[in-house]
Design a protein around this ligand. Sequence first.
Ligand code: GAL
Length: 688
Amino acid sequence: MTANPSPAHRWIRWPAGDTSPRLGYGADYNPEQWPREVWKDDIRLMREAGVNIVSLAIFSWARLQPTADSWDFGWLDEVMDLLHAGGIAVDLATATASPPPWLTALHPEILPVTRTGETLWPGARQHWRPTSPVFRTHALRLVEELASRYANHSALAAWHVSNELGCHNVYDYSDDAARAFRIWLRERYGTLDALNHAWGTAFWSQHYSDWEQLLPPRLAASHPNPTQQLDFKRFSSDALRDHLRAERAVLSQITPDVPVTTNFMVMGETRGMDYASWAGDVDFVSNDHYVHPGPQGLDELSFSANLVSGIAGHRPWYLMEHSTSAVNWQHVNQAKLPGELARDSLLHVGHGADTVAFFQWRQSAAGAEKYHSAMVPHAGPDSEVFRAVTALGRTLQALAPVAGSTRKPARAGIVFDWDSWWTAEHDSHPTALLRYRQEALDWYSAFLALGVRADVVPTGTDFSGYDVLVAPVLHVVPTELAECLREFVETGGHLVTTYFSGIVDQHDHVHLGGHPGALRDLLGIRIEEFAPLPEGTEVRLDNGNRATLWTDAVTVTAPDVLTLARYADGPQTGRPALTRRAVGTGSAAYVSTRLGPEQLCGVLAQLLVAAGVDSELPEAARGRVDLTVRQNGGADFWFLANRTDAPVPLPGVEGELLAASAEPDHQAGTVVLPPRAVAVLRRPRSAA
Ligand code: GAL
């Protein structure tokens, strides 16, 4: 079960003497890509746009340390001074993200190695092994130099460790990794007996008699040991976190008062880092997010921002990167429509972001990201993008009263679990088609469609405040998690879980006696065999739903289980497909198949009625507006984001209009949200 250490929470140190509440606004700033003449213009335009913080020096290692024994800080001194004079704070990077050519030429042994034994050569970025002692030494030397030099610089507001740790180097199979993996395994298991048991090495003659025999799951003749795979994932996430800790230790010694962060990548299928277990190692959580256009693109943004807030314990966080318009790394990189830049940003703010930043300030003229949008595009400031950027700056200024407020917990939660994500999609399983995050996202889409707020929360969270918990594909359920869910239900909570949940323990060993082992008694059902569906096939349920991917041969084992729907065709015809059991003052429901977002709506609506959870939005806005709520001592802040390209009326929704990305219309006393607009209302604080 994922630990969810509570982040200490120390926020950006704004320049001395200035204590007025504000939201941060800025970007990655890469002045080294431009001649000095441009820098002054940058500061002028930043001020025009309302920028008050930038992340600096992220990819500057080669510029700061041109050779092993020479340093060049002059240009950075100048940029820091210019920014400070312009009233712009600096989230200063430790610059260790991309090692310079002299380092890799001198020490090619820091280069990562893939599963198939290929070296990842220099030429792009992040070509370093998280476990390389040589890399660590050089990186920490740079961190120390930077920290000592800028410790007392008035622009320094926060430290930005490396950049997107694990973006390109999460899985390294080198000899360094093997060595570190062995140490990690020794710490985890203590004895080889315990490891052999956990890894189930009686299978396929895999018994280990010496620690030195242990390896990362390199390309093998067939399916590598599943627990070895799972442990390697856990280890790889921990190895990167270790790097974060090592840099942080240096920073904390030299500048104990400066908060430290690093940018997480809670987005899409980026899965290598168990960020719930990293949150305790930063002073505030930061995240990068890029929209994947498509039918669930906006849902996914909201889902990710929501999960970041869950990881941050609902406290304010820093949106370190997103894009003003197109990115450069998707198959087809689409520009944003008018209104989307602000809407995307404000959705993050609604979910608790107290700083909105973009990659990057000025669009590069050269290099691999020259076609990636920025705050100042190739076209220059006389452009739609820059006008939208300055307009957003004004909106964020108007939202200053929101700064420091926390996200208001919803009554419903979706449980998100990295162990289950990693394990449920392993090879050698009943189906290769299962997608953990997609299932969770589909439930989130169903909540959005019903206009019901739901928090996305990691497994270590205290669930007691929720009335409803959806735990989709909660595959790994150790005993204590099963107990925690039982207690949730017995004390009045309503749990909904799905196919392939409760199947294995923390070692990826099956809970015996029938599925879903760890949750079998709670749900009052028993499954003898899984029955996944071939690709492209669907079966019908007797409530009219069409199901894909998975079915289970469910037998009801407790008299108080209600069958909400049965299979109407296919091999499970007549068997229960959806069940619900009243337990204590709560209930436990099971969805044995994949229904997709639209059909989940109906199922969810039914379950929410039983739990007494309703939408806070007027009927006309449900599904069309994403409502997020922040709160402070005196007020609730309602962020109402129009998800559609048409105006949406909000009859009966009242409050003081604090800010809006586009001025709402009023029709006969009803506020109407323009297409793709976000309005923020301040309302008296309500308890619920
Ligand atoms: C992030 C990265 C940035 C930039 C951006 C482009 O992964 O941190 O440096 O590459 O993506 O979308």
